[in-house]
Design a protein around this ligand. Structure first.
Ligand code: 6GU
Length: 246
């Protein structure tokens, strides 16, 4: 997959892109990230990319021309997602990341300052994404989040690690608690059932703890999770146990 990132700060990406999974994905040839400096595409002879907002008010707005010129220069094939990162976008979800991971190419536009000229949204970007309900000073950290979420789903990137389909948010539940050695640390013990290692019991315990965690922390996820008859029974047990302890 080729990811073209249009940004005012290409240098922002060098550390994260050269670490861990993203570095490996690129070495393996599964991912190629190309960084483009928005400033190189401005028609302004002094390199200015922003201007004051029509109608007045504080702050500056990124002009439309550099974005249009950058995307024109990249000439993405018809149907390539052109994603504008802004806090007004649709939420980035695991489902969205999985859909983008099927693309051969995506273009990512990073906004900055007070905003981006509205014509970039309507006419250039095919979608707008946000990574959460808080304001970042620019789209760059969001672009890294997006690239990470997508890259780890590309074939051959995760290798022998857990298959992404079994993870939290793919199953629709939060993950169960994990432990490794030592069996006791600072008086805190690894649950007996995990130490016994009886496969069917471990599976049931993990499913129940995933359900418990989701019920307690993110109950809004439960109606959309694919729950089996066993899950419903485990949930009933959890609710019963909670009513006993209060
Ligand atoms: Cl994509 N951009 C900015 N500037 N802030 C954000 C965001 C994006 N997602 C959440 N907050």
């Amino acid at each position: 997959m080729v990811v073209d990132v249009v940004t005012l700060f290409p240098e922002y990406f060098s550390g994260p892109l050269n670490c861990s999974v993203l570095a490996r994905a690129q070495v393996a040839g599964a991912l190629r990230v190309r960084l483009w400096n928005l400033r190189d595409f401005t028609p302004d002879k002094h390199g200015k990319v922003d201007d004051t907002p029509y109608g007045g008010g504080p702050g500056m707005v990124l002009r439309p021309e550099p974005f249009f010129a950058a995307v024109a220069a990249l000439a993405p094939p018809e149907g390539t997602p052109v994603i504008l990162l802004t806090p007004q976008g649709e939420p980035l979800t695991q489902r969205r990341a999985a859909a983008l991971a099927k693309q051969e190419r995506i273009v990512v536009l990073c906004g900055h300052y007070e905003g981006v000229d509205e014509r970039v949204r309507g006419r250039l970007a095919t979608e707008e994404l946000s990574i959460g309900d808080y304001v970042l000073s620019g789209g760059e950290p969001a672009a890294l989040v997006l690239i990470d979420a997508v890259a780890r789903l590309l074939p051959g990137v995760l290798g022998n690690e857990a298959s992404p389909e079994e993870e939290s948010f793919s199953t629709g539940l939060l993950e169960y608690p994990q432990y490794t050695r030592p069996a006791e640390y600072a008086g805190l013990e690894v649950p007996e059932v995990l130490r016994r290692g009886h496969h069917a019991e471990v599976r049931r315990w993990r499913r129940k703890e995933a359900l418990r965690r989701t019920y307690l922390r993110r109950p809004e996820l439960l109606p959309r999770a694919a729950l089996t008859e066993e899950d419903r029974q485990l949930l009933a047990e959890i609710i019963e146990e909670l009513s006993e302890t209060t």
